[in-house]
Design a protein around this ligand. Structure first.
Ligand code: LLP
Length: 426
């Protein structure tokens, strides 16, 4: 639960604002972002990585307010599409503080990034080397680029979010020589300035060893480039992926601890090779946005399936949180609009979509006197929920409010049915 969440006279407050008031003013489902929680996590990363660049990974959650918080707290911003770039620029993020990712950036996306003058573009394929070289030549610019390498590390996480083993779509493998060929390819491209290497092993990771092995491998590759080609690369981006606590069983890594261990690994490799320490970058997304957000839903029906469990249906579902259905993710939820002393009842929190996989929390205990009209909230939904939201079954996307110091403001308005029809010109 976000750090400012409290129970006061029965109901839960967040950022000093009660959930009943939030639901009455803004409707449900409602994403509530604890601004102070987000900002303080951003500051923790800034402090832990004081000699490094911290790029917030916008794919976790991006809108203009969040982009401004990121900049105000001294972070940079990682975007991975033209759409995210547009939000960042609309929010006034200085282009040089933006890094651009993507395994299949279009010519148009590359052109907009190069034209805007983004701080770096992370190259992911040989096709992209050719594509960006010709875009840069046409514009008469020379963008700074990093090469994304895959280190062969098997991250212990869900297969869909592990990204550094060999059999997947991202980056250039170190093991096959593709990464070395990419370095030569970029060095041969006159309009690209090679400044460093990038590695990202996956997401929702709790174990430091994967990060450490990857850091060592990519640092050795960097020193090898110096030995073989006489080129000194100034930057090493070690990606994101730090796990957060969705349930009480999860034990997140401390940014300070991971910063110390990764820095010392890179320093040792570079010292041994007689090279200066490169500037390190990291790209946390979930670790900043995830814990700061909750989703507030209104209970619509409470259905006892005799002898099995009670199905509690709320007014959202897989369109605002696909993660349970997609990854089997676990969440916690509780009654937030009042206190109850009723006995716990084994429940399943489900949405209102037309399929039985529309589950938000598989197994949880909710009070037996739960009834329609009660508000329940799901914790740790700040990352990869709104950003992966859909309009399945033509459900308008929820609003998002930011709460802080006793006041709430809408940062993304609720979609209306007119919004849904706006593009339908048939
Ligand atoms: N950098 C790169 C290059 C990435 O691909 C990602 C995440 C990040 C940074 C940020 O990772 P984080 O710190 O948030 O773990 N939709 C999935 C997560 C996909 C992550 C994709 N890349 C989920 O809901 O779990």
């Amino acid at each position: 639960w976000p750090t400012t969440a409290r129970r006061s006279e029965g109901e839960v407050t967040i950022g000093g604002v009660g959930v009943r008031e939030l639901a009455a003013a803004h409707g449900t489902p409602l994403f509530v972002m604890d601004e102070e929680d987000f900002r303080s996590r951003a500051r923790d990363y800034r402090t832990a990585f004081s000699d490094a660049d911290v790029y917030y990974a916008g794919k976790a959650l991006l809108n203009k307010a969040v982009a401004r918080w990121v900049v105000e707290e001294g972070l940079k911003l990682d975007v991975c599409s033209g759409g995210e770039l547009a939000v960042a620029l609309a929010a006034g993020v200085p282009a040089e503080r933006i890094g651009m990712h993507g395994n299949n950036k279009s010519v148009n996306e590359l052109r907009r990034a190069a034209e805007a003058g983004v701080g770096r573009i992370i190259i992911d394929s040989f096709d992209e080397i050719t594509r960006l070289e010709s875009v840069a030549a046409a514009l008469g610019v020379r963008p700074k680029v990093l090469i994304r390498v895959t280190t062969g590390v098997e991250a212990h996480t869900h297969e869909f979010v592990a990204t550094a083993h060999d059999d997947q779509k991202f980056g250039f493998a170190l093991s096959t020589g593709a990464a070395a060929a990419a370095v030569r390819g970029v060095l041969d491209a006159p309009h690209l300035e090679l400044v460093g290497l990038h590695s990202h092993i996956g997401s929702q990771i709790f174990d430091t060893s994967g990060f450490e092995v990857a850091a060592r491998r990519v640092a050795r590759f960097l020193t090898g480039i110096h030995e073989d080609l006489g080129v000194t690369l100034a930057e090493l981006d070690l990606g994101g992926g730090l796990g957060i606590a969705y349930t009480s069983g999860d034990d997140p890594l401390e940014p300070k601890a991971i910063a110390a261990s990764l820095t010392s690994i890179v320093r040792r490799e570079c010292q041994d090779a007689g090279l200066p320490m490169p500037r390190i970058a990291v790209e946390p997304g979930r670790a900043l946005a995830g814990p700061a957000g909750i989703t507030v839903y209104e209970v619509g029906t409470v259905k006892d399936v005799e002898g099995i469990r009670t199905y509690v249906s709320v007014d959202g579902g897989m369109s605002d949180n696909i993660r349970t259905a997609l990854y089997g993710s676990e969440y916690t939820s509780q009654l937030v609009s009042r206190e109850s002393t009723a006995a716990p009842m084994l429940s399943r929190l489900v949405g209102k979509h037309c399929e039985s996989g529309d589950i938000i929390v598989h197994d949880l205990y909710l009070p037996a006197d739960l009834r329609p009209g009660d508000l329940v909230a799901v914790a740790a939904t700040g990352a990869y929920c709104y950003s992966m939201a859909s309009n399945y079954n033509h459900l308008p996307r929820p609003a998002m409010v930011a709460v802080r110091d006793g006041s709430a403001r809408v940062i993304v308005r609720r979609e209306s049915e007119e919004d849904l029809l706006r593009l339908d010109v048939g």
